[in-house]
Design a protein around this ligand. Structure first.
Ligand code: 9MR
Ligand code: ZN
Length: 521
């Protein structure tokens, strides 16, 4: 199993072998000339109990000449052909963001295959009232067309921090309507979501949790989902995430549009006031709206992120006066590490402050334990358990490792971050590159309504990936006899393994940013 999208010229290069009997060697073969350019040893024999395999690895890091290659090993099938090169991830980075354009709601989408007229343009009713508001805009969350503030905030954070990590990677010509306007397209794309989020702010400063219809639609294009839209009540998680996103955004748009930056900051302050006025807020989703829950047991980590982000935006200590510990998580439900990233990458951060030190040790201790797990795993995976959206968790681990590398300059963190990228792009027990349209074998039947209607997968979407809990009928049918790390099925009915979301794509973008930057420095 190889990284199907390719290896950077100077990076560590690993292939994983299974079904090895008495072989001890492998060869790297030039795909054009069929000449072996390198012979290496199979090493690191490991039993992988989650994949129920015995694996070996082959290290061919010393092959540094750009070109197309495959791996051959006597008695085994040849690997897929892969590339070694300086810019193997450029298209992937661009498409990982352009996918968000194709998820836009409320506006006409221009695309040869996935274009459509403006969808979801009617006003929405606020749950339990007859009040109507305009919440047009934003991205469809996933394979469904709901729009939810909590996962939106994760996506925004990933995009803006991806841009912060390596601004040079992001151009102004990725074929979105704003291309050529002098603002990097990734910021234009994020702004599209931010403007929608602003519409989700209630007059008291709180953020409504979500807008969707009462149930999920059939397998139709977004324009065909015409049931009434309902905005569900304010939640403290959505409000804190909103606050953090707006405070972060204010920083990035200052250079391009001062008025917009100010609007972001005003919205952030208003939501902060709501958080202060509602310290013990409990929220449960109305049960009669069966779309995505994005519920939570605690809002402490969201409040931590908001506090740190407000401090970073204003320099005012008052925001962090109540902070006593660093929280963790880059999930939609645990977001503490965004607070840690905010302080650790803040310009002029006081490295001796309690806040900085706690954030630093939270990140490094997670990274250290991830490195251990990755080194113990024959596929270089940071996970020992695979839940819904495991590919996001893998990408999130890569982000923590990339950050640890940035903070310490230690190569072991960089290699581990690259392992997570390798896992996502093909070095995994199911031999799949999890990004549609990339690599040799990738999702062709994602649970993504536009792709299902059009009849083939939109390009550049990261599937949720392996989920050992078998939470849909296709997974139950096709994966029931499989070992945990192989519970994935490229079937459009498998929403628990093969759906796509905006917040699974965005950590891939961020991970790519961090590793590209580290590779070039
Ligand atoms: O990503 C979410 C995952 O962590 C949860 O386990 C799962 C079940 O609650 O929901 C996932 O989110 C889905 C959301 O509820 C609706 N839109 C599609 C999302 C991805 O499957
Ligand atoms: Zn829509």
């Amino acid at each position: 199993n190889i990284n199907q999208v390719g290896y950077r010229t100077d990076a560590e290069k690993i292939a994983v072998f299974r079904d090895v009997t008495d072989q001890t060697e492998f060869k790297v073969v030039n795909a054009d000339t069929k000449e072996a350019v390198y012979t290496g040893k199979l090493e690191n024999k490991k039993e992988n109990s989650t994949a129920d395999e015995i694996n070996w690895t082959g290290d061919f890091s010393s092959v540094k000449t750009a070109g197309k290659y495959y791996i051959s090993c006597e008695g085994l099938d040849d690997s897929y052909t892969f590339e070694i090169g300086g810019k193997v991830y450029s298209d992937l980075i661009e498409d990982s963001v352009r996918m968000l354009y194709l998820q836009r709601c409320g506006v006409e989408i221009e695309d040869e295959k996935f274009g459509h007229a403006a969808c979801h343009t009617k006003e929405a009713t606020i749950y339990g009232t007859s009040d109507k508001i305009d919440v047009c805009g934003g991205w469809h969350d996933a394979g469904d067309y709901g729009r939810y503030v909590v996962p939106a905030a994760k996506t925004i954070a990933d995009l803006l921090y991806a841009y912060q990590a390596a601004p040079d990677l992001y151009g102004d010509n990725t074929n979105i309507p704003e291309s050529g306007n002098g603002v990097p397209d990734i910021l234009d794309e994020a702004r599209f979501e931010l403007e929608w989020m602003m519409k989700m702010q209630a007059s008291d400063g709180g953020a409504y949790h979500k807008v969707s219809c009462e149930t999920f639609p059939g397998y139709v294009m977004p324009t065909k989902e015409t049931a009434p839209l309902i905005v569900t009540p304010v939640s403290s998680t959505a409000t804190a995430d909103f606050c953090a996103s707006m405070a972060l955004a204010a920083e990035f748009y200052e250079k391009y549009d001062k008025d917009f930056a100010k609007k972001c900051m005003d919205a952030a302050e208003k939501s902060w006031a709501w958080l202060e006025a509602n310290p013990d807020f409990l929220f449960t989703n109305p049960k009669d709206i069966v779309t995505g829950d994005y519920g939570d047991k605690t809002d402490k980590d969201e409040r931590y992120w908001a506090a740190v982000q407000m401090y970073r935006a204003t320099g005012d200590q008052k925001y962090i006066s109540g902070v006593s510990k660093a929280y963790t998580g880059l999930d939609w439900s645990t977001v503490g590490d965004y607070g840690n990233i905010a302080i650790l990458t803040m310009k002029g951060a006081d490295k001796n402050s309690d806040l900085y030190k706690k954030a630093y040790s939270a990140v490094i201790s997670q990274a250290d334990s991830m490195v251990k797990t990755i080194n113990d795993s024959s596929y270089g995976s940071a996970l020992t358990k695979y839940n819904w959206g495991s590919n996001m968790t893998i990408a999130n681990a890569g982000i923590i490792l990339g950050l640890a590398n940035e903070l310490t300059g230690q190569e072991s963190y960089f290699n581990a971050a690259n392992s997570e990228l390798g896992y996502l792009l093909g070095i995994n027990p199911v031999g799949t590159c999890f990004v549609s349209g990339y690599g040799t074998v990738s999702p062709e039947h994602p649970h993504h309504r536009p792709s299902m209607v059009v009849g083939h997968a939109m390009k550049g979407m990261l599937a949720g990936g392996v989920n050992q809990n078998l939470e849909d009928s296709a997974a139950k049918a096709y994966c029931r006899d499989l070992p945990a790390a192989k519970c994935y099925i490229d079937n459009s009915e498998s929403y628990s393994t093969n759906e796509i979301t905006i917040y699974w794509n965005s950590p891939l973008t961020y991970l790519l940013s961090l590793t590209e930057k580290a590779a070039s420095s």
